[in-house]
Each structure stands twice: as structure tokens, then as C-alpha cells.
Write a protein that binds this ligand. Structure first.
Ligand SMILES: [Zn+2]
Length: 253
């Protein structure tokens, strides 16, 4: 497998919730704890939920955004950024909505499920910028009134893909092209359960790529992966890359 990685011309790294979880970012399910335990995901992560109660939904995402901003990239994020300097081409595709890949130094990350840091108008789609800094905990409860769109005065919505919504078309096309064009895919910390993102490893394998899975748990990819590396991404991935590119990774570590 080390040889395959060394010889690969185009590597795709597909990351899922496990990679964020190793930084302490609550995953979607984990985020429904504490204050939010009694809410169902469908009451918080759908267009209908936002229409019905924008302050409740915005409050939940502000709480998640604060947790994300307090978290830092982990050794897996850093290893992925360093890998870009070792192979001729690398595409990072993530199911995560945080910005930890960017903060580790990865460029051109394909965000299949949107980005927490890129909210936009619910009505007209005009992008909106958060004020600098980590948001405060909502006072006295959960609800935070979303800001108004400067163009049409409709509420600003989180920049993530909700249940019942399609993936961003450009990102999905980029992901499909990368999956079909790569010669090696690393699927890291993804349970490969959420479609259509879960199709990407299958597409890569179908078009002749080698698939390496890194995950502490067994997943639906176990059967199609050429190599399954159990364990935490933050330990397994740096070790793998160090073996494959010992000299270069020392320089960039
Ligand atoms: Zn608007």
C-alpha cells in the first residue's frame, strides 16, 4: 500500500465526521445533547424547521459554530495538508461542514454538505459574513434571531445542506470528477452511509482506483476497500504518510 501511495498521480481524500470528532467538534448526532437533546434532527436541519422557527435553528448552528471555532485541526488534518505537497495532485472532499481542513492549510476543499462559515440569505441566496470572533453562548436559552439579508431583509440561513436539499451542484460535480479520475482514494472517518456522498468510493473503485479506508469502526466500505486500516485517523494517517514519504513529511511536519 505504501508503494501505491507513493506512485499515485491523483489522490482523493474523502473525510467524514470521524475526522472532525477527533478535534472535539460535535458530530451531527453528538450535537443533539445537553440543551439540544430533546430536539429531533428533523426539527433543526430542514428548510421547514427554519421557516417554522428561524431563531431556534440559527441558535443551534451558532452553538455548533462556537464549538467548531474553539476546536483546532488535529494531526489528520495536518497530514492531509502535508500530503498535498507529496503527490502530483490531491483533492480533498469532505462531508464535514467545519473549516478545519482549511485551517490546517488544505486548499480547494470540496465541501459536499456546505460550510458553517458561509451562510447566505434564505430567500435570495446573497452570501453573508459573520462578525469576526467566536459567538457568545445564547443568553438565557437556545434561540438566536438570525440576521437580516442586506438585500431583501429575509433571514440569513446557515450555509449547510439540510435534509431534503440537494448537494451544491458545483461541489458534487467536482467530487464526481475527482472520484472517477483518481488512482487512489483514502476514505477517512466516514461511515459511508449518507448518500449520495457514499457513492464516491464505489465510483473510484469502479473506475480502477485503489481504496484505502481508515476508520476505528467497520463500515459498509470494508468489503470494497483494498486496505482497511483500523484506528484513529490522527494516529494512523500520519504514521502511514511518514512511512511512505519519510523525508518529505519530516520537512513539512
Ligand atoms: Zn436576501
Amino acid at each position: 500500500m505504501v508503494a501505491a501511495l507513493r506512485e499515485a498521480r491523483h489522490v482523493v481524500v474523502l473525510t467524514g465526521a470521524g475526522v472532525s470528532a477527533e478535534s472535539g467538534v460535535p458530530t451531527f448526532r453528538d450535537a443533539q445533547t445537553g440543551l439540544w437533546a430533546r430536539y429531533d434532527a428533523t426539527a433543526l436541519a430542514t428548510p421547514d424547521a427554519f421557516r417554522a422557527d428561524p431563531a431556534l435553528v440559527w441558535g443551534w448552528y451558532e452553538w455548533r459554530r462556537a464549538a467548531m471555532m474553539r476546536a483546532a485541526p488535529n494531526p489528520a488534518h495536518h497530514a492531509i495538508a502535508a500530503l498535498a505537497k507529496q503527490v502530483p495532485a490531491l483533492t480533498v472532499i469532505t462531508q464535514n461542514v467545519d473549516d478545519l481542513h482549511e485551517r490546517a492549510g488544505s486548499a480547494g476543499v470540496v465541501h459536499l454538505h456546505g460550510r458553517l462559515m458561509q451562510p447566505r440569505c434564505f430567500q435570495c441566496g446573497t452570501p453573508w459574513r459573520y462578525p469576526v470572533g467566536i459567538p457568545d453562548e445564547p443568553e438565557g436559552g437556545r434561540r438566536v434571531t438570525p440576521p437580516d439579508c442586506p438585500r431583501c431583509a429575509s433571514p440569513i440561513r446557515p450555509g449547510v445542506v439540510w435534509f431534503g436539499e440537494g448537494l451544491p451542484a458545483d461541489e458534487w460535480q467536482s467530487a464526481l470528477a475527482a472520484a472517477a479520475g483518481c488512482d487512489l482514494m483514502l476514505a477517512i472517518g466516514t461511515s459511508a452511509m449518507v448518500y449520495p456522498a457514499a457513492e464516491l468510493p464505489q465510483i473510484a473503485v469502479n473506475t480502477g482506483a485503489l481504496l484505502v479506508q481508515i476508520n476505528p469502526q467497520s463500515t459498509s466500505l470494508d468489503g470494497i476497500a483494498h486496505w482497511n486500516l483500523p484506528g484513529a485517523a490522527g494516529i494512523t494517517l500520519p504514521a502511514l504518510l511518514h512511512t511512505a514519504f519519510a523525508d518529505g513529511m519530516n520537512e513539512t511536519a
